[in-house]
Design a binder for this molecule. Structure first.
Ligand SMILES: Cc1ncc(COP(=O)(O)O)c(C=O)c1O
Length: 357
């Protein structure tokens, strides 16, 4: 047998949120709801669905390798050059491409814990070492993360808002952090939930790009745009960095349907607005209900809530809710993450929660 490299054997594979069909089959139940993967409960924009249909007859053709039209539209939207944008098969793929491009063994990447689980996976699968800095009060401790940058550090991963806690770091905190980051370190700011943020002290990270800093900002069509199934996201960075990443990116990494849908989704501002309003309303409902049940949670800037249920273990809460057809996500021993759903889904979750506790 071929010998598996030690750093690959050591990897713990990503465990995705349970699909509805699987849960229903296993438990013999129906009408369950999935609040486990931070998807948009409204679904995709009808304009994106229309674009998917229209793309059908051209499927015999390879997609535009660099996604020219989508890249152009995104560069206009963000006021950057075309060569400062890279498309990915989900922003997840970009996390891998960044790691494979810049990390090798004997090097490290600094990240927070708990944060998005793909950061250590991407780091380790490039043979490098993740340096995990615990959150302080459920937020990235940017000062400690800056202090953790060593001679072997190449990357810093920051999720803002953070998954799973939904917290943000402010513009001022970012300014201070960026001052502490030495030359030659790439700061990866993952803004997957950017469109949901309401805080007015949320940082404008494009400013660091304009200042010529080594930064890559990641966004995705999987969350508020409701296109998680199509796998499309993008990164914005200095041209030199995008050029490096493009050498590692597989040709045709984003498919033609995804590119067409993303283009249409950007035009449907109404759908984005509706999705944000629904999220805000769901947030208020869940805050009130959790508050009156005396259950602790972390106020969120994203489309999910980090709940610390206290007396009941996260695994038990997850399993009990599962039996009632509500799929959430356990996060370690003492916390669960629940996606904000439609009013009906949020109501069903709260009803099930009341029965379980
Ligand atoms: C912080 C964060 N980054 C990236 C992603 C991945 O998104 P994509 O579907 O674009 O790969 C997620 C998905 O849950 C996420 O929570």
């Amino acid at each position: 047998m071929i010998k598996t490299p030690g750093y690959i054997s050591a990897l713990k594979p990503y465990v995705p949120g349970k699909p509805i069909e699987e849960v229903e089959r296993e438990l013999g139940i129906s009408k369950s709801i999935k609040l486990a993967s931070n998807e948009n409960p409204l679904g995709p924009s009808p304009m994106a669905v229309g674009a998917v249909r229209q793309a059908g007859p051209e499927l015999n053709r390879y997609p535009e390798s660099g996604g020219f039209k989508l890249t152009e539209k995104l560069s206009e939207l963000h006021g950057v050059d075309n060569d400062q944008i890279i498309l990915g098969n989900g922003s997840n793929e970009l996390l891998n491409i960044i790691s494979y491009t810049y990390l090798s063994d004997n090097e490290s990447a600094v990240m927070a814990t708990p944060s998005f689980v793909i950061y250590p996976l991407a780091t380790q699968s490039a043979g490098a070492r993740p340096v995990m800095i615990p959150l302080t009060d459920f937020r990235h401790d940017l000062k400690k993360m800056a202090e953790a940058i060593g001679d072997d550090t190449k990357l810093v991963f920051i999720a803002n808002p953070n998954n799973p806690t939904g917290t943000i770091n402010t513009g001022k905190e970012f300014d201070e952090f960026m001052k502490l980051v030495p030359e030659g370190i790439l700061v990866v700011v993952d803004e997957a939930y950017y469109e949901y943020v309401t805080a007015d002290n949320y940082p404008d990270t494009l400013k660091y790009l304009r200042q010529g800093r080594d930064i890559i900002i990641l966004r995705t069509f999987s969350k508020i745009y409701g296109l998680a199934g199509l796998r499309i996201g993008y990164g914005i960075a200095p041209g030199e960095i995008i050029s490096d990443l493009n050498k590692v990116r597989a040709p045709f990494n984003t498919n033609s349907i995804a590119q067409a849908a993303a283009l249409a989704a950007l035009d449907d501002k109404e759908h984005v607005k509706k999705s944000k309003v629904l999220n805000e309303e769901g947030k208020v409902f869940l805050y009130n209900q959790l508050g009156s049940l005396g259950i602790d949670f972390v106020p969120t800037e994203a489309n999910f809530i980090y709940i610390t249920p206290g007396d009941i273990s996260s695994e038990r809460l997850f399993n009990e809710l599962l039996k009632k057809g509500v799929i959430i996500r356990p996060m370690g021993e003492n916390a669960v993450r629940v996606t904000i759903g439609t009013p009906e889904e949020n109501g069903k979750f709260i009803d099930a929660l009341k029965e379980v506790i």
